[in-house]
Design a protein around this ligand. Structure first.
Ligand SMILES: CC(C)(COP(=O)(O)OP(=O)(O)OC[C@H]1O[C@@H](n2cnc3c(N)ncnc32)[C@H](O)[C@@H]1O)[C@@H](O)C(=O)NCCC(=O)NCCS
Ligand SMILES: Nc1ncnc2c1ncn2[C@@H]1O[C@H](COP(=O)(O)OP(=O)(O)OP(=O)(O)O)[C@@H](O)[C@H]1O
Length: 227
């Protein structure tokens, strides 16, 4: 069961008034193919803002966010070199829902802030904001920055197979992460655009191409709306 309740994704409509750059939220479960999709959009010249990358940056050695985590969870979160001991934190939080809530309450606002800064600096026709918890983490408010949501969907067997092959992570660890992510049926329900990534990469790219054309058109409409 996810710790998240039904989230008010409709709030993302607010982004339409606030922002003239089209922001497409890209989401999907662990191992679904978000990075594979982002790589393709990046190759078309589209700026990618990746919440997973930001999540690593905001807790770098000596950062205020890391200090807050240390204060909340304990000294043990820092390794001998002063970095966050990611494996230890992962094992702890995915086995302790309260600790995960504490961790996310610290990291998510920092991730949102950094994402907003990157959005402001973006120059491409539209922007992809990739985040595994785009829909789940309502308080992180990432969905509210997006006008459109693209979901990459694969079944759980494919998720487990691809994620374990990529990272040599155990099935148990991947399942623990999946338990903190929405079930695909619920995630898919929030999609404006849905891509099924069960076939090869060529098939993924083939499905992304018409979406890219749609986003370019929408971006133009948004840019000139109200002028
Ligand atoms: C728990 C942490 C320390 C584990 O670090 P680790 O290096 O082992 O894993 P990594 O960050 O590469 O993530 C592994 C996979 O889990 C997913 N994931 C990460 N955090 C979460 C989370 N809170 N809930 C569900 N899935 C998550 C990632 O998308 C990725 O698919 C780290 O993931 C973290 O700090 N998470 C909290 C920040 C967060 O919510 N990140 C998601 C981006 S919004
Ligand atoms: N259509 C595909 N065919 C074969 N392999 C694929 C396909 N799509 C993605 N993969 C591979 O599956 C693995 C998971 O994909 P990717 O890293 O893009 O997922 P992700 O959603 O970004 O995962 P995470 O949430 O863990 O960051 C990668 O090794 C990737 O190369």
């Amino acid at each position: 069961m996810s710790i998240y309740s039904e989230t008010p994704v409709h709030k993302r409509q607010q982004a339409k008034i606030q922002n003239k750059t089209l922001v497409v939220g890209l989401t999907g479960g662990i191992g679904s193919g978000k990075s594979a999709a982002s790589d393709w959009f990046a190759a078309q010249g589209i700026d990618i803002i990746d919440a997973d990358v930001i999540a690593h940056e905001v807790v770098k050695k000596g950062s205020p966010t890391l200090r807050k985590i240390q204060k909340k969870l304990g000294e043990w979160v820092i390794d001998a070199e002063g970095h966050m001991d990611r494996a230890a934190v992962r094992t702890h939080v995915f086995a302790n829902p309260a600790a995960l809530i504490d961790l996310e309450a610290i990291t998510h606002p920092a991730i949102r802030e950094a994402a907003k800064q990157q959005l402001a600096a973006s120059t491409s026709p539209y922007v992809i904001l990739s985040a595994p918890l785009l829909i789940e983490a309502a308080e992180a408010g990432l969905a509210n920055l997006c006008q459109r949501i693209l979901v990459i969907d694969v079944d759980e067997e494919t998720q487990l197979a691809r994620a374990s092959l990529r990272d040599e992570q155990s099935i148990v660890k991947i399942k623990a992460i999946m338990a903190n992510q929405l079930h695909r049926t619920e995630r898919n329900h929030h999609a404006d655009d849905l891509v099924v990534n069960e076939e090869d990469l060529a098939s993924l790219h083939q499905q992304l191409e018409p979406l890219h054309q749609t986003y370019l058109k929408l971006a133009q409409q948004l840019k000139y709306a109200g002028d």
